[in-house]
Unconditional design. Sequence first.
Length: 415
Amino acid sequence: MDPDLWLECINCHEKFDAKKMIYTCEKCGHLLDVKYGNLERALDGDWKNKPVSVWKYSPFLPQLKEVISLNEGKTNLYHCFNLSDKLGINNLLVKNEGENPTGSFKDRGMTVGVSVAKSLENKIVACASTGNTSASLAAYAAKARINCVVFIPSGKIALGKLAQAMMYGAFILAIKGNFDEALELVQESCEKFHMYLLNSLNPYRLEGQKTIGYEIIDQLGWQVPDTIILPIGNAGNISAIYKGLLEWREIGLIDRIPRMIGIQAEGSAPIANAYKRGEKTVTFVEKPETLATAIRIGKPVNWEKAIRAIYGSEGLADTVSDAEILEAQKTLARTEGIFVEPASASTIAGLKKLIEKGEIERDERVVCVTTGHGLKDPDTAIKSCGETIQVEADINEIEKILSKIIEKPMVAHAV
């Protein structure tokens, strides 16, 4: 582990050894950040000339002897001209994190988190998950030859994600409760059985996730967008990207921070509700509900860091309904050919809502981060699109159907 590295409380600023297996401050109980003593070292390196990937930005990540990687990162940044026209803005881009190895942004955090676990000689890693975290951790644990235990809320996980965790060989505990209860139980279990926790409570995981922001600016030719919009579940991404960009501004690689905007589902919106009240503390949602399972979280562990990111960047937070999420999922797929899971589509739904409210101007350069592939949750997509048209295997019957719809947009029908 890098000797010029430590963990620091975001509240009381107490410092801890980087090798210490803790996730919150032992003095005041608040969250921890990973801190670096000499980020200026990056100014003299040749890393800028390397191909885009998570580990391209290694000067801003823990220095480790062994890296556990599945070739994560380097996801595409799409210029969405069709959707821009539809929404009435000039410069919309989508950073599609569903292109990562296991189909979500979680791989960025796990390549760093599991590499740290390996360097600390951990034998078992664990997490609680609504789906994507379990899939990603199980894959990286398999690569590292480390045992993996995941806690999932029983019956509240998309089958595509569950199938991944099972196939990668994780030991799965289906908890008869929601995600927040599963997270409490895995924390207790990690302490009791000496497992290494890799939920976003672990500050090392967020170090990998901050590279989303790095890649966006890199792919824009080192130009900073005006606004970055993200879904908020456990609030790791918005926190991580903000921290990473602060580090770049600190050493002069960029001169400003984009507005950080977080979107939550109406039934799971403790952070957005706090923002709307003008408050900097949140009231947790005891029974979160939304069809967007990846953000069905009522007690986000990184809420304090997320609030810091939103207010520190002069950003905002808002909510969208499940109906708005489903409509946005279809809109993105049918205008740009990008298929994302419902939680990801919340950014597009949020963008539309904020344009209508006048919170986003026509000429802003906006980047929406979509966090997971649509095949993570195919059941929801199929249900929202309606029934297919059943027809006999006869050309005359097919002709009758096609003659009725041939003048209409074909994307409106599933044949």
